[in-house]
Design a protein around this ligand. Sequence first.
Ligand code: C2E
Ligand code: CA
Ligand code: CA
Ligand code: CA
Length: 277
Amino acid sequence: AKAAGRNGVVLFERAMLADAQDKLTLERDLALALDNGELAMHLQLQVDHRGAPAGAELLMRWRRADGSMVRPDIFIPVAESSGMIVSLGHWALRQACEAWLALAAAGHAMPLSINVSPLQFRQPDFVQQVRAVLAETGAPPHQLIFEVTEGLLIEDIGQTIVRMRELAGLGIRFSVDDFGTGYSNLAYLRQMPLYELKIDKSFMHGTPHDVNGTAIVQSILSMAGHLGLRVVAEGIETQAQASYLAEHGQPHMQGFLYHRPMPLGQVLERLGIAPST
Ligand code: C2E
Ligand code: CA
Ligand code: CA
Ligand code: CA
Protein backbone atom coordinates (compact mmCIF):
# COMPACT_ATOMS: atom_id res chain seq x y z
CA ALA A 1 0.00 0.00 0.00
CA LYS A 2 2.87 2.29 0.91
CA ALA A 3 4.61 1.66 -2.42
CA ALA A 4 1.38 2.30 -4.29
CA GLY A 5 0.98 5.54 -2.35
CA ARG A 6 4.48 6.64 -3.24
CA ASN A 7 3.82 5.71 -6.82
CA GLY A 8 0.65 7.74 -6.73
CA VAL A 9 2.60 10.74 -5.50
CA VAL A 10 5.20 10.35 -8.21
CA LEU A 11 2.51 10.10 -10.88
CA PHE A 12 0.76 13.12 -9.44
CA GLU A 13 3.98 15.14 -9.49
CA ARG A 14 4.63 14.11 -13.06
CA ALA A 15 1.14 15.19 -14.02
CA MET A 16 1.67 18.55 -12.35
CA LEU A 17 4.99 18.95 -14.09
CA ALA A 18 3.39 18.10 -17.43
CA ASP A 19 0.66 20.66 -16.70
CA ALA A 20 3.20 23.32 -15.82
CA GLN A 21 5.14 22.43 -18.96
CA ASP A 22 1.99 22.68 -21.08
CA LYS A 23 1.19 26.02 -19.56
CA LEU A 24 4.67 27.37 -20.28
CA THR A 25 4.48 26.11 -23.85
CA LEU A 26 1.05 27.67 -24.29
CA GLU A 27 2.26 30.92 -22.81
CA ARG A 28 5.26 31.01 -25.11
CA ASP A 29 3.19 30.16 -28.19
CA LEU A 30 0.45 32.62 -27.30
CA ALA A 31 3.02 35.39 -27.00
CA LEU A 32 3.87 34.81 -30.67
CA ALA A 33 0.36 34.03 -31.89
CA LEU A 34 -0.73 37.61 -32.43
CA ASP A 35 2.34 38.57 -34.46
CA ASN A 36 2.07 35.32 -36.41
CA GLY A 37 -1.48 36.12 -37.43
CA GLU A 38 -2.88 33.09 -35.60
CA LEU A 39 -5.53 35.05 -33.71
CA ALA A 40 -8.85 36.20 -35.09
CA MET A 41 -12.05 37.66 -33.72
CA HIS A 42 -15.18 35.79 -34.70
CA LEU A 43 -18.67 37.24 -34.33
CA GLN A 44 -21.76 35.52 -33.02
CA LEU A 45 -24.96 37.27 -34.03
CA GLN A 46 -27.59 37.85 -31.37
CA VAL A 47 -31.25 37.99 -32.33
CA ASP A 48 -34.39 39.70 -31.06
CA HIS A 49 -37.50 37.71 -30.15
CA ARG A 50 -38.49 37.54 -33.82
CA GLY A 51 -35.14 36.01 -34.73
CA ALA A 52 -33.83 39.14 -36.46
CA PRO A 53 -30.12 40.02 -35.97
CA ALA A 54 -29.84 42.66 -33.26
CA GLY A 55 -26.15 42.69 -32.39
CA ALA A 56 -23.15 40.42 -32.08
CA GLU A 57 -20.56 39.29 -29.57
CA LEU A 58 -16.92 39.14 -30.57
CA LEU A 59 -15.12 35.96 -29.53
CA MET A 60 -11.40 35.36 -29.84
CA ARG A 61 -10.12 32.39 -31.82
CA TRP A 62 -6.63 30.91 -31.94
CA ARG A 63 -5.70 28.73 -34.87
CA ARG A 64 -2.14 27.44 -34.67
CA ALA A 65 0.09 27.32 -37.75
CA ASP A 66 -0.58 23.56 -38.01
CA GLY A 67 -4.31 24.28 -38.32
CA SER A 68 -5.33 23.06 -34.86
CA MET A 69 -7.61 25.26 -32.77
CA VAL A 70 -6.94 26.10 -29.13
CA ARG A 71 -10.16 26.67 -27.21
CA PRO A 72 -10.70 30.03 -25.50
CA ASP A 73 -11.43 28.21 -22.21
CA ILE A 74 -7.82 27.01 -22.44
CA PHE A 75 -5.94 30.04 -23.70
CA ILE A 76 -7.90 32.95 -22.17
CA PRO A 77 -6.99 31.87 -18.61
CA VAL A 78 -3.33 31.60 -19.71
CA ALA A 79 -3.57 35.07 -21.25
CA GLU A 80 -5.04 36.34 -17.99
CA SER A 81 -2.50 34.76 -15.65
CA SER A 82 0.43 35.91 -17.81
CA GLY A 83 -0.92 39.43 -18.29
CA MET A 84 -1.03 39.00 -22.06
CA ILE A 85 -4.78 39.59 -21.98
CA VAL A 86 -4.03 43.31 -21.72
CA SER A 87 -2.44 43.53 -25.16
CA LEU A 88 -4.78 40.91 -26.65
CA GLY A 89 -7.75 42.82 -25.29
CA HIS A 90 -6.47 46.04 -26.78
CA TRP A 91 -6.10 44.33 -30.15
CA ALA A 92 -9.57 42.81 -29.80
CA LEU A 93 -11.12 46.21 -29.14
CA ARG A 94 -9.58 47.60 -32.30
CA GLN A 95 -10.87 44.57 -34.23
CA ALA A 96 -14.34 45.21 -32.83
CA CYS A 97 -14.26 48.83 -33.97
CA GLU A 98 -13.14 47.78 -37.43
CA ALA A 99 -15.80 45.06 -37.59
CA TRP A 100 -18.44 47.64 -36.64
CA LEU A 101 -17.32 49.91 -39.48
CA ALA A 102 -17.40 47.02 -41.99
CA LEU A 103 -20.91 46.02 -40.87
CA ALA A 104 -22.11 49.61 -41.02
CA ALA A 105 -20.65 50.02 -44.51
CA ALA A 106 -22.70 47.00 -45.63
CA GLY A 107 -25.85 48.54 -44.16
CA HIS A 108 -25.84 46.48 -40.97
CA ALA A 109 -24.85 48.86 -38.21
CA MET A 110 -25.47 46.98 -34.95
CA PRO A 111 -24.15 47.11 -31.40
CA LEU A 112 -21.11 44.90 -30.84
CA SER A 113 -20.27 43.27 -27.53
CA ILE A 114 -16.72 42.67 -26.45
CA ASN A 115 -15.39 40.74 -23.46
CA VAL A 116 -13.24 42.88 -21.21
CA SER A 117 -11.07 41.03 -18.73
CA PRO A 118 -10.81 42.46 -15.19
CA LEU A 119 -7.05 42.83 -15.58
CA GLN A 120 -7.51 44.88 -18.73
CA PHE A 121 -10.25 46.99 -17.15
CA ARG A 122 -8.01 47.78 -14.16
CA GLN A 123 -5.05 49.02 -16.19
CA PRO A 124 -4.39 52.61 -15.11
CA ASP A 125 -4.48 53.79 -18.73
CA PHE A 126 -7.49 51.71 -19.82
CA VAL A 127 -9.82 54.66 -20.40
CA GLN A 128 -7.08 56.42 -22.32
CA GLN A 129 -6.54 53.32 -24.46
CA VAL A 130 -10.23 53.04 -25.24
CA ARG A 131 -10.37 56.72 -26.14
CA ALA A 132 -7.38 56.29 -28.44
CA VAL A 133 -8.85 53.30 -30.30
CA LEU A 134 -12.16 55.13 -30.74
CA ALA A 135 -10.39 58.21 -32.07
CA GLU A 136 -8.15 56.23 -34.42
CA THR A 137 -10.92 54.09 -35.89
CA GLY A 138 -13.81 56.53 -35.72
CA ALA A 139 -16.16 53.84 -34.38
CA PRO A 140 -19.13 55.23 -32.39
CA PRO A 141 -18.75 54.41 -28.67
CA HIS A 142 -22.51 54.02 -28.14
CA GLN A 143 -22.37 50.99 -30.45
CA LEU A 144 -19.93 49.16 -28.17
CA ILE A 145 -20.98 47.05 -25.21
CA PHE A 146 -18.29 45.97 -22.77
CA GLU A 147 -19.07 42.60 -21.21
CA VAL A 148 -17.65 42.40 -17.70
CA THR A 149 -17.89 39.59 -15.19
CA GLU A 150 -19.34 39.74 -11.73
CA GLY A 151 -15.82 39.30 -10.34
CA LEU A 152 -15.01 42.78 -11.52
CA LEU A 153 -18.13 44.15 -9.90
CA ILE A 154 -17.43 42.84 -6.42
CA GLU A 155 -13.75 43.69 -6.04
CA ASP A 156 -12.58 47.23 -5.53
CA ILE A 157 -16.09 48.52 -6.14
CA GLY A 158 -15.43 52.22 -5.62
CA GLN A 159 -12.72 52.30 -8.27
CA THR A 160 -14.77 50.10 -10.60
CA ILE A 161 -17.77 52.43 -10.43
CA VAL A 162 -15.64 55.52 -11.06
CA ARG A 163 -14.09 53.93 -14.10
CA MET A 164 -17.35 52.57 -15.45
CA ARG A 165 -18.90 56.00 -15.19
CA GLU A 166 -15.96 57.51 -17.01
CA LEU A 167 -16.37 55.03 -19.88
CA ALA A 168 -20.14 55.44 -19.84
CA GLY A 169 -19.48 59.16 -20.22
CA LEU A 170 -17.75 58.35 -23.50
CA GLY A 171 -20.87 56.46 -24.56
CA ILE A 172 -19.72 52.89 -23.86
CA ARG A 173 -22.41 50.56 -22.47
CA PHE A 174 -21.92 47.73 -19.98
CA SER A 175 -23.22 44.21 -19.76
CA VAL A 176 -22.77 41.77 -16.89
CA ASP A 177 -21.62 38.49 -18.44
CA ASP A 178 -22.60 35.12 -16.98
CA PHE A 179 -24.95 36.91 -14.64
CA GLY A 180 -25.97 34.82 -11.67
CA THR A 181 -22.85 32.67 -11.55
CA GLY A 182 -21.01 35.10 -9.26
CA TYR A 183 -21.99 37.00 -6.17
CA SER A 184 -22.80 40.47 -7.31
CA ASN A 185 -24.81 42.48 -4.89
CA LEU A 186 -27.99 44.15 -6.01
CA ALA A 187 -27.23 47.31 -4.05
CA TYR A 188 -23.96 47.75 -5.93
CA LEU A 189 -25.46 46.88 -9.28
CA ARG A 190 -27.79 49.83 -8.88
CA GLN A 191 -24.84 52.21 -8.59
CA MET A 192 -23.27 51.04 -11.80
CA PRO A 193 -24.08 52.39 -15.22
CA LEU A 194 -25.31 49.03 -16.50
CA TYR A 195 -27.20 48.47 -19.71
CA GLU A 196 -27.65 44.72 -19.87
CA LEU A 197 -27.48 41.39 -18.06
CA LYS A 198 -26.46 38.21 -19.84
CA ILE A 199 -28.03 35.02 -18.62
CA ASP A 200 -25.36 32.33 -18.50
CA LYS A 201 -25.85 29.31 -20.72
CA SER A 202 -25.61 27.02 -17.69
CA PHE A 203 -29.03 28.38 -16.57
CA MET A 204 -30.50 28.13 -20.04
CA HIS A 205 -29.36 24.55 -20.37
CA GLY A 206 -32.23 23.09 -18.35
CA THR A 207 -34.83 25.66 -19.37
CA PRO A 208 -37.76 25.03 -19.49
CA HIS A 209 -37.57 21.41 -18.24
CA ASP A 210 -35.45 21.79 -15.13
CA VAL A 211 -37.27 23.63 -12.35
CA ASN A 212 -34.20 25.13 -10.69
CA GLY A 213 -32.54 26.52 -13.82
CA THR A 214 -35.83 27.90 -15.03
CA ALA A 215 -36.48 29.60 -11.68
CA ILE A 216 -33.11 31.35 -11.93
CA VAL A 217 -33.81 32.46 -15.49
CA GLN A 218 -37.15 33.80 -14.40
CA SER A 219 -35.73 35.70 -11.46
CA ILE A 220 -32.98 37.26 -13.59
CA LEU A 221 -35.60 38.38 -16.11
CA SER A 222 -37.72 39.97 -13.41
CA MET A 223 -34.72 41.58 -11.68
CA ALA A 224 -33.61 43.06 -15.01
CA GLY A 225 -37.13 44.36 -15.50
CA HIS A 226 -37.03 46.11 -12.13
CA LEU A 227 -33.60 47.58 -12.78
CA GLY A 228 -34.57 48.66 -16.28
CA LEU A 229 -31.89 46.52 -17.91
CA ARG A 230 -31.92 44.73 -21.20
CA VAL A 231 -31.33 40.96 -21.16
CA VAL A 232 -29.50 38.66 -23.53
CA ALA A 233 -29.95 34.94 -22.92
CA GLU A 234 -26.99 32.90 -24.15
CA GLY A 235 -26.64 29.24 -25.06
CA ILE A 236 -29.99 29.04 -26.89
CA GLU A 237 -29.86 25.68 -28.62
CA THR A 238 -33.49 24.53 -28.77
CA GLN A 239 -36.80 25.84 -29.99
CA ALA A 240 -38.23 25.01 -26.55
CA GLN A 241 -35.82 27.49 -24.93
CA ALA A 242 -36.66 30.15 -27.49
CA SER A 243 -40.41 29.58 -27.03
CA TYR A 244 -40.08 29.84 -23.27
CA LEU A 245 -38.29 33.19 -23.62
CA ALA A 246 -40.83 34.43 -26.14
CA GLU A 247 -43.42 34.01 -23.40
CA HIS A 248 -41.23 35.38 -20.63
CA GLY A 249 -40.06 38.89 -21.37
CA GLN A 250 -38.75 38.35 -24.91
CA PRO A 251 -35.07 38.98 -24.18
CA HIS A 252 -32.53 38.97 -26.97
CA MET A 253 -31.01 35.56 -27.64
CA GLN A 254 -27.61 34.20 -28.56
CA GLY A 255 -27.01 30.57 -29.38
CA PHE A 256 -26.34 27.81 -31.85
CA LEU A 257 -30.07 27.59 -32.68
CA TYR A 258 -29.65 30.91 -34.50
CA HIS A 259 -26.02 31.65 -35.30
CA ARG A 260 -22.65 30.16 -34.44
CA PRO A 261 -19.58 32.34 -33.99
CA MET A 262 -17.99 32.90 -37.44
CA PRO A 263 -15.51 35.18 -39.20
CA LEU A 264 -16.73 38.66 -40.18
CA GLY A 265 -16.76 37.71 -43.88
CA GLN A 266 -19.26 34.93 -43.23
CA VAL A 267 -21.40 37.19 -41.07
CA LEU A 268 -21.54 39.72 -43.90
CA GLU A 269 -22.49 36.97 -46.36
CA ARG A 270 -25.23 35.79 -44.07
CA LEU A 271 -26.64 39.29 -43.61
CA GLY A 272 -26.35 40.19 -47.28
CA ILE A 273 -25.93 43.70 -48.57
CA ALA A 274 -28.76 45.82 -47.20
CA PRO A 275 -30.50 48.02 -49.77
CA SER A 276 -29.23 51.57 -49.39
CA THR A 277 -31.93 54.00 -48.40
P1 C2E B 1 -18.51 33.84 -22.85
O1 C2E B 1 -18.14 35.28 -22.86
O2 C2E B 1 -19.55 33.42 -21.89
O3 C2E B 1 -18.92 33.51 -24.35
C1 C2E B 1 -20.00 32.69 -24.73
C2 C2E B 1 -19.51 31.33 -25.08
O4 C2E B 1 -20.63 30.50 -25.36
C3 C2E B 1 -18.64 31.28 -26.35
O5 C2E B 1 -17.65 30.29 -26.13
C4 C2E B 1 -19.63 30.84 -27.42
O6 C2E B 1 -19.02 30.24 -28.54
C5 C2E B 1 -20.45 29.86 -26.62
N1 C2E B 1 -21.79 29.65 -27.16
C6 C2E B 1 -22.56 30.47 -27.89
N2 C2E B 1 -23.76 29.92 -28.18
C7 C2E B 1 -23.76 28.69 -27.63
C8 C2E B 1 -24.74 27.62 -27.56
O7 C2E B 1 -25.84 27.69 -28.09
N3 C2E B 1 -24.36 26.50 -26.88
C9 C2E B 1 -23.14 26.38 -26.28
N4 C2E B 1 -22.87 25.23 -25.64
N5 C2E B 1 -22.22 27.37 -26.31
C10 C2E B 1 -22.52 28.50 -26.98
P2 C2E B 1 -16.13 30.50 -26.57
O8 C2E B 1 -16.07 31.30 -27.83
O9 C2E B 1 -15.49 29.17 -26.54
O10 C2E B 1 -15.52 31.41 -25.42
C11 C2E B 1 -15.38 30.94 -24.12
C12 C2E B 1 -15.06 32.06 -23.16
O11 C2E B 1 -13.77 32.61 -23.44
C13 C2E B 1 -16.01 33.24 -23.27
O12 C2E B 1 -17.21 32.93 -22.58
C14 C2E B 1 -15.18 34.33 -22.63
O13 C2E B 1 -15.24 34.24 -21.22
C15 C2E B 1 -13.79 33.97 -23.08
N6 C2E B 1 -13.44 34.81 -24.25
C16 C2E B 1 -13.66 34.57 -25.56
N7 C2E B 1 -13.19 35.59 -26.33
C17 C2E B 1 -12.68 36.49 -25.47
C18 C2E B 1 -12.04 37.79 -25.63
O14 C2E B 1 -11.88 38.33 -26.73
N8 C2E B 1 -11.61 38.41 -24.48
C19 C2E B 1 -11.80 37.86 -23.24
N9 C2E B 1 -11.35 38.54 -22.16
N10 C2E B 1 -12.40 36.68 -23.06
C20 C2E B 1 -12.84 36.00 -24.15
CA1 CA C 1 -19.19 37.14 -23.07
CA1 CA D 1 -21.33 34.61 -21.19
CA1 CA E 1 -19.55 31.90 -20.00
